[in-house]
Design a protein around this ligand. Structure first.
Ligand code: GLU
Length: 457
């Protein structure tokens, strides 16, 4: 078997949403698994709707996800001359023909078909006519001279063999009258020139595959292996919408999900390896195959995504997490030191990087905290005033501070929590935090005492 070449071919008319990201992941994994090549083609032939911002969002999204592609990015529009060349070659081979039907004529044809209760389909009126019958200089399109009998079978690794009757497929346009290629022609020519062996994409392209195969067969080119992957649905089983999370992949980054989480989650959305839920990328590369892609639509599940993200946050190195937070906001050297020191406690509690950052807020700068609602309930200046002398004379380690607070509580007949909660409120501004006495150690003696004293009048 020749080396595997996969590709993704996004149209830069919008962002890389999670469906597209999953397609990219599957293609990337299959190429990496087989030691093959993963290519990127930007299908920017629709000049009206393609934007440079969308191109950047696609490239940025892939980079963030860590899905590196091989070789140069191919831009489809730049290849229009090559597409035209193939259309003309098909013409010369008798596998395509010029159609001079005017838009008005075609409109009338469709109206008649509709009136007769038939599906609208080009009726082949120029298929066997000689171009000399057309008025001189009349505009024309080039149409495929499609097989009219028999069947076209898409042999699909996900869907199985899917059979289309050729009499249901009409003579599609390959080249428009302005000389620009249609999507169907461009995809086939580009995949051939790029040596693509496996076309793995959303199952909304399954019908296109039958049409594309007709062009491939007409040219006598090798048929790629197809894998049409069921689309992703929302948590309620309905088609994915914005409300459901059909967002740009980078929106997931902004919501605080790690790229590794997204790779694992998107992999599990439509592919399985036994009951494994946690599949780090190295294992995914080792295990990925096309046979285990599921046949039914996968449902987006934010709870699963959160759980997986909590797992990968815990598994990420403390300094790395601090660095990631540092990429989203300025951090002084002292803030960074505190953040790394507090990270073991912080990362146990966070489902997203956004939560992690919010929970670490009390470490970022000095001075008294603004109290959240829970902290306002817990703050007890009298208790703080009483416990301060105990703390002031203690070694500034988590263990010693806890012992001091305990001794104070015992002496006063209080529970440790009754002492700890007011301290936590003053020190962190919150109702909960990583283990308090460790956080006091992280903040250091002076900063901790200053925050406590601020609540004593
Ligand atoms: N450009 C097409 C799209 O964005 C993909 C074409 C393909 O994968 O064959 O949906």
């Amino acid at each position: 078997m020749s080396a595997v070449v996969t590709r993704i071919a996004p149209s830069p008319t919008g962002m890389l949403h999670i469906g597209g990201a999953r397609t990219a992941l599957f293609n990337w994994l299959y190429a990496r698994h087989t030691g093959g090549t993963f290519l990127l083609r930007i299908e920017d032939t629709d000049r009206e709707r393609s934007t440079p911002e969308a191109v950047n969002a696609i490239l940025g999204g892939l980079e963030w996800l860590g899905l590196d592609w091989d070789g140069q990015t191919i831009y489809q529009f730049a290849r229009a001359g090559r597409h035209r060349e193939i259309a003309e070659q098909m013409l010369a081979m008798g596998r395509a023909y010029r159609c001079f039907a005017t838009p008005e004529e075609l409109e009338q044809m469709r109206a008649e078909q509709k009136a007769a209760g038939k599906p609208p389909r080009y009726d082949g009126r120029w298929r066997d006519r000689d171009p000399s019958e057309a008025p001189a200089g009349a505009p024309f399109v080039i149409r495929l001279k499609a097989e009219q009998t028999g069947e076209t079978v898409v042999r699909d690794v996900v869907q199985g063999d899917v059979t289309f009757r050729n009499d249901q497929l009409d003579d599609m346009i390959l080249l428009r009258s302005d000389g620009t290629p249609t999507y169907m022609l461009a995809v086939v020519v580009d995949d051939y020139d790029m040596g693509v062996t496996h076309v793995i994409r959303g199952d909304d392209h399954l019908n296109n595959a039958a049409r594309q195969l007709q062009i491939i067969k007409a040219m006598g080119w090798p048929e790629p292996t197809y894998g049409h992957v069921p689309l992703i649905h929302g948590p309620d089983g309905a088609k994915l919408s914005k409300r459901h999370g059909a967002l740009a992949v980078e929106a997931y980054r902004d919501m605080g999900y790690l790229a590794e989480t997204m790779r694992n989650y998107l992999l599990r959305l439509g592919w399985s390896h036994g009951d494994d839920e946690i599949i780090p990328t190295d294992k995914a590369v080792e295990w990925f195959n096309l046979e285990s892609i599921g046949r039914s639509p996968a449902r987006l599940d934010f709870k699963k995504l959160d759980n997986l993200n909590a797992h990968y946050i815990r598994a990420t190195d403390d300094a790395k997490l601090a660095q990631m937070i540092g990429e989203t906001r300025p951090l002084t050297a002292e803030a960074r030191r505190r953040l790394v020191a507090a990270m073991p406690g912080l990362k146990e509690r966070a489902k997203t990087m956004v939560e992690l950052t919010a929970a670490a807020e009390f470490l970022f700068d000095d001075g008294p905290r603004t109290l959240d609602e829970a902290a306002q309930k817990n703050i007890a200046p009298a208790v703080i005033a009483d416990v301060l002398p105990f703390l002031e004379t203690t070694d500034w380690t988590g263990a010693a501070l806890e012992a001091a607070a305990r001794a104070f509580a015992d002496a006063k007949g209080m529970k440790l929590g009754q002492v700890a909660q007011p301290l936590r409120a003053a020190l962190t501004g919150k109702g909960n935090s990583p283990p308090l006495f460790d956080m006091m150690a992280v903040l250091g003696r002076e900063e901790s005492l200053a925050r406590l004293r601020a609540y004593v009048t």
